[in-house]
Design a protein around this ligand. Structure first.
Ligand code: APR
Ligand code: PHB
Length: 390
């Protein structure tokens, strides 16, 4: 089969790009290894920057997001008894984020894909990329036992951190930047009202905690745990007890406990692969970079990559501007690095690292004191959290 753009991966990046290209009348096919049910079964974060909401608006896919998403004008940093509120709306001239689960966003993109005839091949096995350095790359895969080949002008790797696309780039043709963290996030999802109408990130002497939500009746909480620990080590009651301690007395007084709908541990990593283009292969989202979840940037970075990739592909196919493709990687990376820095610095500020001594702790306290008393410091955090312009 022949198309203009072959997208590998039907997560948020792949589906968002598929819709953007269709809106530009650029032919594309999306190849996904898993089934739709499996893709929707993944529990991921849920804080959308204006950039991501803007893309859904542009595609006319924001109805449910607007109806069910929770706009948040602020969030909080807790440091023991102290709660520092970052008033994003006041500090950024009215900008805010929207709390809306990544799973729901993916569900909206999938449903619209069916309605609008976006060509997505699910349950495709053994996906492989060929001739990515030339002008006529192709992708092969098997489905229902039959071999398939798609010839195209560009391949877009939206296949996440463990997908084949980045691995199709020869060693030495790119640089990897990586930082692993000595803890993971143990998350619990429960059908209970949130303990606060805004998010609380807490730095407690026992460790990190986050109070988040999916709706006014479904909450999502996290604590950090050593990577040696397993979910079985944390029965629900122990986790609720620990959350009550780490989030501070005021939040604890408003925590409603309930049985876990989902409980899992995710490791924390910062990772960037540069450049994000190799010949006729462009990388978007987790295929090129990973951020620790502290800044809620993972999904939003995938969306900004897609913004730049759609712009570059429209430039190439609609305005015959080959330079647009050449500019993709630098444009996307410029925003990726800023989000990597913000996510790394918020992780450093709000977690206790095992190797930290009294000096490092004193630096955290001094930085939190500065944030609590400086509008400039709060503005910097606010403009990064709501999302830097594309
Ligand atoms: N062939 C086809 N599809 C594949 C293959 C393969 N060999 N390998 C992986 N995929 C698919 C996965 O099944 C998944 O659906 O690629 C998709 C990648 O989706 P995500 O991992 O969600 O990555 P991305 O779309 O870039 O979204 C980034 O997801 O992980 C979160 O925190 C991250 O929020 C960020 C967002
Ligand atoms: C979530 O709601 O799952 C969530 C929110 C904010 C983060 C990370 C995760 O920084």
């Amino acid at each position: 089969m022949r198309t203009q753009v072959c997208i590998i991966g039907a997560g948020p990046a792949g589906l968002l790009l598929g819709h953007m290209l269709r809106a530009e009348r650029i032919e594309c096919v999306v190849i996904e290894r898993r089934t739709p049910e499996y893709v929707l079964g993944r529990i991921r974060a849920g804080v959308l920057e204006q950039v991501t909401v803007g893309l859904m608006e542009r595609l006319g896919l924001d109805a449910r997001l607007k109806a069910e998403g929770l706009p948040h004008a602020g969030f909080n940093l807790a440091d023991g008894e102290r709660l520092i509120r970052i008033d994003m709306a006041d500090l950024t001239g009215g900008k805010q984020v929207v709390v809306y689960g990544q799973t729901e966003l993916t569900r909206d993109l999938m449903a619209a894909g069916e309605e609008r005839g976006l060509d997505v091949v699910y349950a495709a096995q053994g996906t492989a990329l060929h001739e990515v350095e030339g002008d006529a790359p192709y992708v092969t895969f098997t489905k229902d036992g039959a071999q398939h080949r798609i010839d195209c002008r560009f391949i877009i790797g939206c296949d996440g951190f463990h997908g084949p696309s980045r691995r199709a780039i020869p060693p030495g043709a790119g640089t990897e930047y990586q930082r692993d963290y000595p803890f993971g996030w143990l998350g619990i999802m429960a059908d209970v009202p949130p303990c606060n109408h805004e998010l609380i990130y807490a730095n407690h002497e026992r460790g990190f905690a986050l109070a988040s939500m999916r709706s006014e009746t479904r909450s999502r909480y996290y604590i950090d745990v050593p990577l040696t620990e397993r979910v079985e080590d944390w029965p629900d009651e122990c986790l609720w007890d620990e959350l009550a301690i780490r989030l501070g007395p005021d939040a604890a007084a408003h925590i409603t406990r309930g049985p876990a709908l989902e409980k899992s541990i995710a490791p924390l990593r910062s990772y960037v692969f540069a450049p994000m283009r190799h010949g006729s292969l462009l990388l978007c989202g987790d295929a090129a970079h990973i951020v620790p979840p502290t800044g809620a940037k993972g999904l939003n970075l995938a969306a900004s990559d897609v913004h730049y990739a759609a712009e570059a592909l429209a430039g190439y196919f609609k305005r015959h501007d080959a330079g647009a493709i050449g500019a993709y990687s630098d444009k996307a990376l410029a925003r990726v690095w800023k989000s990597e820095r913000f996510s790394w610095s918020l992780t450093r500020l709000m977690h206790r690292f095992p190797e930290d001594g009294p000096f490092e702790r004193a630096m955290q306290v001094a930085e939190l004191d500065y944030i609590a008393t400086s509008r400039a410091a709060q503005t910097s955090i606010a403009e990064n959290y709501v999302g830097l312009p594309v």
